[in-house]
Design a protein around this ligand. Structure first.
Ligand code: ATP
Ligand code: MG
Length: 543
């Protein structure tokens, strides 16, 4: 194999070199050098032939047009060969006989005849053109080399590139995940801080709206409440998205959740001139789910439909349907006859922060949250939409199997403040947030309760030791004696009273307080909550 390695003028025994070239997993070729550049392949080892052939076919000539994805690359190689230096690892894309692309790195050096003489080289018996048996032991093609030639080394770097791309992708994903995690951390921190003031604003707005319904301020109070709801929704959304929201799992009658959510939006839909039709299947099995999260799902879909129709001034009906999907799945559908979406928009709607709305009108978290919740419940969501012809979102959730043993969500009719179900009953309210506590206390009084307030856990404990209450509403985090300590103390004195404790929490998952709620099985409400919701839980406790 004198063409590959030159010795001091005596051609070496070619056999060992031949064997080595045959075995080498790197493509080797000796190519004649014409005045125009590299020409015919005089010799090629099996690895190169295999590389150029691919799955099947006749390997193309190395420097022929057919062998190059971009002949420009070949031209660059040719030009570089005119320079006196060897070419090392020049990247190129070769076209294999089977049509596929080989990513290679080419090393080449002009050799032979460099001293001006000519070298005759016999490099084997392997045919380059025609059919080939690419067995390693086969010999290279016979060729006669007169004058200069190019010795070429072709390395297939496809696998390496794939690995590099893969690790780049992984790295990007990791980076993205880390960014999201950091963002989630920050967002949930902010949302959490907002929960206390929002809780108070929402409670007061809800109360004022009810109280001022028949006054000239009614419309302003309506807007105040609506915007407070919206702010609270964003905070909840952020916490859900960052998986920092306290969750619970109960047997949930889906129809109830859907009906109540529609009730929440009904007034706004009507004001916007939209109709909503509700069609609930009567034989629906319960789902084992977090009722608040399910409400978030339905609410987000409803609001999206409403927004889309109002913004585009197209459509007027939202249909909400529940049905059995099959024996062990249930289905919720929210369909509108609004403007619909293009395929491009549909492909991105579940991306966090994707929105087509103006700044201040949408955060782009609605559907990301829907998807996360649905996935967490082992369900799926389907979208069907045509531009100009509305949109239909279908959520399919597994029905709770007969084996699930869990308490059922309380389905008491929403209590409103005009219902004085608390007449003659005493409630202890322990909260260190005076604004929120004030709104809650007023609401309870409206419902007929006699309310005793406590500004911290120690005071609450003293009150609870002095007399028995029909219900105790208690912030989980309080100065001096915190919620869990208060609860344990009460449980030690009077277990029935402990069962009537309702915790209110702005706390997030993963904290000790959250674990306490899980373990104690206490009733609890996450801030910001609706007063109507609070009343329902209270009614459940005293009823
Ligand atoms: N029913 C619908 N009709 C038309 N477009 C919709 C509908 N539902 C969602 N979209 C499109 O999907 C986008 C993303 O929705 P998503 O609920 O995630 O965010 P958003 O509504 O823009 O903001 P957010 O819900 O956080 O306030 C919307 O901006 C809108 O373009
Ligand atoms: Mg939305």
């Amino acid at each position: 194999m004198a063409a590959l390695i030159e010795t001091d003028g005596h051609p070496p025994d070619e056999q060992p070199w031949q064997a080595l070239a045959d075995l080498l997993p790197v493509g080797l070729a000796i190519v004649s050098l014409t005045p125009e550049g590299p020409g015919r392949v005089i010799a090629a080892n099996p690895a190169l032939l295999a590389l150029l052939r691919g799955a099947s076919g006749t390997p193309p000539e190395l420097f022929a047009d057919a062998a190059w994805v971009d002949p420009e690359e070949r031209n660059r190689l040719r030009a570089a060969l005119r320079e006196p230096h060897p070419i090392v690892d020049m990247p190129a894309r070769l076209r294999r006989a089977d049509g596929s692309v080989a990513h290679v790195e080419i090393t080449a050096v002009v050799g032979g005849g460099s001293a001006g003489g000519s070298a005759d080289v016999n490099v084997g018996t392997h045919e380059l053109q025609g059919t080939h048996e690419l067995r390693g032991t086969q010999r290279l093609q016979v060729g006669t080399l007169s004058g200069r030639c190019v010795q070429v080394l072709v390395r297939d770097v496809g696998e390496r590139r794939r690995r590099e791309e893969q690790s780049r992708d992984l790295y990007q994903q990791l980076l993205q995940a880390e960014k999201m995690a950091a963002l989630g951390q920050t967002m949930s921190g902010v949302a959490h801080e907002l929960n206390n003031p929002l809780g108070a604003i929402l409670a007061l707005a809800e109360r004022l709206r009810v109280q001022g319904a028949r006054t000239p301020l009614a419309s302003g109070l309506h807007t105040l409440h609506k915007e407070a709801e919206r702010a609270a929704r964003i905070a909840r959304q952020l916490l859900t998205f960052a998986r920092k929201r306290q969750t619970t799992r109960l047997m949930v009658p889906l129809n109830e959740v859907v009906a109540e959510t529609v009730r929440l939006r009904e007034e706004d839909l009507q004001r916007a001139g939209l109709r909503v039709s509700v069609d609930l299947a009567d034989d629906l099995p319960d789902v084992f789910a977090d009722p608040h999260q399910l409400q978030q799902v339905v609410l987000n879909l409803l609001i999206n439909a409403e927004h889309a129709m109002v913004r585009a001034e197209v459509g007027r009906l939202v249909r909400v349907r529940t049905s059995r999907d099959d024996t062990d799945h249930v289905r919720i559908e929210v369909e509108d006859d609004g403007p619909g979406m293009t395929a491009d928009v549909v492909s991105r709607i579940f991306d966090p922060f994707f929105t087509t709305k103006d700044v201040g009108e949408g955060t782009g978290l609605g559907l990301a949250v829907v998807q996360a919740i649905v996935a967490e419940h082992g369900g799926r969501i389907d979208v069907a939409s045509t531009p100009g012809a509305g949109a239909r979102f279908a959520v399919v959730l597994p029905a709770a199997g007969a084996t699930v043993q869990a308490p059922r969500m309380q389905t008491t009719v929403v209590a409103d403040t005009s219902d004085r179900f608390g007449e003659g009953l005493r409630v202890l309210l322990a909260d260190d947030e005076p604004a929120l506590a004030g709104a809650v206390a007023d609401t309870l009084r409206d419902a007929g309760f006699e309310v005793t307030m406590a500004g911290d856990g120690q005071e609450a404990l003293a009150r609870a030791q002095a007399q028995t209450f029909d219900a105790v509403i208690c912030d989980l985090r309080m100065p001096r004696v915190d919620g869990p300590t208060f609860y344990r103390a009460i449980a030690a004195i009077s277990p029935p009273q402990a069962r009537r404790v309702i915790f209110v929490t702005g706390d997030v998952t993963g904290t000790e307080a959250a674990r306490f709620l899980d373990e104690s099985g206490c009733r609890w409400l996450a801030k910001p909550f609706r007063l109507a919701e609070l009343l329902r839980v209270v009614r459940d406790v005293v009823g």
